[in-house]
Design a protein around this ligand. Structure first.
Ligand SMILES: Nc1nc2c(ncn2[C@@H]2O[C@H](COP(=O)(O)OP(=O)(O)OP(=O)(O)O)[C@@H](O)[C@H]2O)c(=O)[nH]1
Length: 333
């Protein structure tokens, strides 16, 4: 990380990448790496209740959640407010207690277009005076990126606007596939630096403090960048959220998901949750991306903690009635 820059403004890194690519994994990697810097984190999730905040390592960081909409559309105002609050906290004024930090990391939702988020740092004068956009880092899921790039403009925008591309999950695909993907990414965005990663492990010096965001280059890609209004998302993509206080039967949950995925796997982008499973003292973390899912035990539930399952599914054409029924049927007998 370079501290040589004469620019006194606080550097900001935007972390993007399609649903399930490995953004939270990267965030946790950065927060636990020995870089000696204090990082303020802003996390935006698709869906009204956040799961990610429960999956971020318990670091001594300032973490602000934004869950009431997508960062690139409805909550840009919130982003500006949060950045303003953080600035006041660093300067020791305003409503927040004084909190010092050296840089800011923003994890966007997997469906966010990074351009309007980046725009915030140029069009809002007060923000631009205090913060400097350091880089947009895009995590790419080597296994599913081909499909996502074929299907949606969000994945293309995330690659197109990246300063750094992490080709992640290279353990899940053959070398030839990785090379083809790297070529494809290069043809979309020849200027971005590309690195291969597994579990989003990267030398933090390659992604933080790199001073890589160049406005002129972005304006070449998208001449309307600074004037852009919030864009349209794929309307068919929606999220369903489930919450249950009674302990669940994990087998039942896996069975109904399997049945759904056998027909709708391609349209089911992301599902994840923190689960309260009968007779299991630990929280069970459930992670799913298209047809791939796994559940792993996490820490034990704390004695004073409400044991509760929270589960989110994001995809196209989700049958809400069917899901609610199936989820209710997973309560352990
Ligand atoms: N096999 C494999 N799995 C990985 C790798 N990187 C991340 N994962 C797993 O992929 C799943 C999704 O990772 P996350 O970091 O939550 O992805 P994300 O981009 O934050 O997901 P959203 O916030 O839902 O968009 C988790 O189960 C990770 O453990 C990798 O390199 N290889």
């Amino acid at each position: 990380m370079s501290n040589l820059s004469a620019d006194p403004r606080v550097p900001v890194t935007i972390l993007t990448g399609f649903l399930g690519a490995g953004k939270t994994t990267l965030l946790n990697h950065v927060l636990t790496a020995a870089h000696g810097q204090k990082i303020a984190v802003i996390v935006n999730e698709f869906g009204e209740v956040g799961i990610d905040n429960q999956l971020i390592v318990g670091a001594d960081e300032e973490i602000v959640e934004m869950n009431n909409g997508c960062i690139c559309c409805t909550v840009r105002g919130d982003l500006i407010r949060i950045l303003g609050d953080l600035r006041d906290a660093k300067l020791g004024g305003g409503s927040r207690k004084k909190t010092d930090f050296d840089r800011v990391l923003i994890e966007t939702t997997g469906l966010a277009d990074p351009a309007p988020v980046a725009q915030t740092f140029f069009v809002d004068e007060e923000i631009a005076d205090f913060y400097k956009l350091d880089a947009i880092v895009t995590v790419v899921d080597a296994m599913h990126a081909g499909q996502h790039l074929d299907e949606g403009h969000e994945a293309q925008e995330q690659v197109g606007f990246a300063d750094v591309l992490l080709v992640n999950k290279t353990d899940l695909v053959a070398e030839e596939e990785v090379q083809n993907l790297e070529q494809r990414l290069k043809s979309i965005n020849p200027a971005a630096r590309q690195y291969r990663t597994q579990k989003s492990k990267i030398d933090v010096n390659r992604i933080l403090g790199i001073d890589a965001f160049e406005l002129e280059k972005k304006l070449e890609i998208d001449p309307g960048f600074l004037a852009e209004e919030a864009h349209d998302h794929d309307d068919e993509v929606s999220s369903l959220f489930f919450i249950e206080d009674k302990p669940l039967d994990l087998n039942k949950l896996e069975r109904f998901l399997q049945a759904w995925l056998s027909e709708h796997g391609a349209d089911t982008f992301r599902y994840k949750g923190v689960l309260n499973i009968k007779d299991v003292p630990q929280r069970i973390i459930f992670q799913g991306i298209h047809m791939l899912f796994a559940s792993t035990p996490d820490r034990e539930w704390a004695p004073d903690e409400t044991r509760r399952s929270e589960f989110v599914i994001i995809g196209r054409n989700l049958d809400e009635g069917w899901f609610r029924n199936q989820f209710a049927g997973c309560v352990a007998g």
